[in-house]
Design a binder for this molecule. Structure first.
Ligand code: KG4
Ligand code: ZN
Length: 331
């Protein structure tokens, strides 16, 4: 069978990325231009600045992706782009660019849901991984527990009722002056601490999550006692949110008799969470998967991987494609 080469384009937040992926599984290039250094000084992503930065670099990033993959634009079979969810101005840069590219090259245009892309990041790390599986998507904007029934078929079991888990990581870091983005900094500092601070755990009858209670508890603790041990606070935070994640995953594994649990999204880079899921895997025999670190946070290879499965499913977008900032995962 002929190889299918997909170009992926991602610009939903603060990373401009273009990747070339073969048959949905093999990365030929994955160029990521991060704006972290620019947004750092503001303590978070500034949407207007993000859009402008995407516009400035996207063409160069695309050229680098082709060069690194050692192919020309004529060698690709389709252009896949993140349609949403994300920041509307940032998404529009990628969507408009992809439409232009599709038009001038006469290659099909494929719309990709960013959250589905995060799931597909795993197909690049584990060549043998196939649906069905249970997936926990934990990122800066999302916290979902999803049944991945097929490459293009999903069922949301639960999601956060308030903050995403990554937002909570970033907020905790901000409160204790660790800087932005907070997740990796909390991860590092937690290693020096002991989880000896009791924090609230949220339970629901279904598979939903809530992280605003623990976030507020940490703000209050720090407010009352600015000299509180930051490392212990980070360690306690990680332990408590991990317990919340594992509670829902264990419940779903039992109810649906799942034997594969897949993690996805920026927060799945977290070393404490990875370790806790490894322990869970050893104890239960359930296979646990998580993408290699660079494929956890935003990147275009994951968009190209999901784009491949949309492509072979016959899905095509046209030049009317618009960015959808609150795009939902397909049910
Ligand atoms: O998936 P992602 O790049 O963007 C979204 O789609 O939201 O996730 C970014 C989030 C940020 O909140 C960041 O702090 C978090 O992932 N993150 C981490 C770690 N690395 C990134 N959170 C905890 N531990 C980490 N090591
Ligand atoms: Zn993301």
């Amino acid at each position: 069978m002929k190889d299918i080469i997909i170009m992926g384009i991602e610009s939903s937040c603060d990373e401009t990325s273009v990747a070339i992926v073969k048959n949905g599984r093999e990365i030929l290039s994955n160029v990521i231009n991060s704006q972290i250094k620019i947004h750092e000084q503001f303590g978070g992503v500034v949407p207007e600045i993000a859009s402008r930065c995407h516009t400035e670099v996207i063409n160069q990033v695309m050229k680098e992706a082709l060069k690194e993959a050692n192919i020309g634009i004529d060698d690709i079979d389709a252009v896949a782009v993140t349609q949403g969810p994300g920041l509307v101005g940032a998404l529009l840069v990628g969507v408009s660019y992809a439409k232009g590219l599709s038009y001038v090259t006469n290659k099909p245009l494929i719309a990709v849901n960013h959250i589905e892309g995060h799931i597909a990041g795993n197909y690049l790390t584990y060549k043998e991984l196939k649906p069905p599986f249970l997936c926990l998507i934990i990122s800066g904007g999302h916290s979902h527990l999803v049944k991945v029934k097929d490459y293009n078929e999903f069922e949301i079991l639960g999601k956060t009722r308030d903050d995403a888990i990554g937002e909570a990581f970033d907020k905790v870091a901000r409160v204790i002056d660790l800087g932005y983005p907070g997740g990796p900094k909390v991860d590092k500092l937690a290693k020096e601490g002991t989880p000896n601070i009791k924090l609230p755990i949220t339970h629901f009858d279904n598979y939903d999550f809530s992280f605003s209670g623990i976030k507020t508890a940490i703000i209050n603790l720090h407010h009352k006692n600015p000299d509180i041990n930051k490392a212990d606070l980070c360690a306690s935070f990680e332990q408590t949110v991990t317990e919340m994640l594992l509670n829902n995953v264990k419940k779903a594994v039992q109810e649906f008799n799942e034997d594969k649990v897949v993690l996805a999204g920026g927060v799945s880079r977290n070393s404490y969470i990875r370790n806790a899921f490894d322990v869970f895997s050893k104890e239960t025999g359930v296979n646990v998967y998580y993408p290699e670190p660079v494929l956890c946070t935003d990147n275009a290879a994951m968009i190209a991987a999901q784009g491949y499965y949309n492509y072979i499913n016959g899905e095509r977008a046209d030049l009317k494609l618009n960015a959808v900032p609150n795009l939902k995962i397909r049910g």
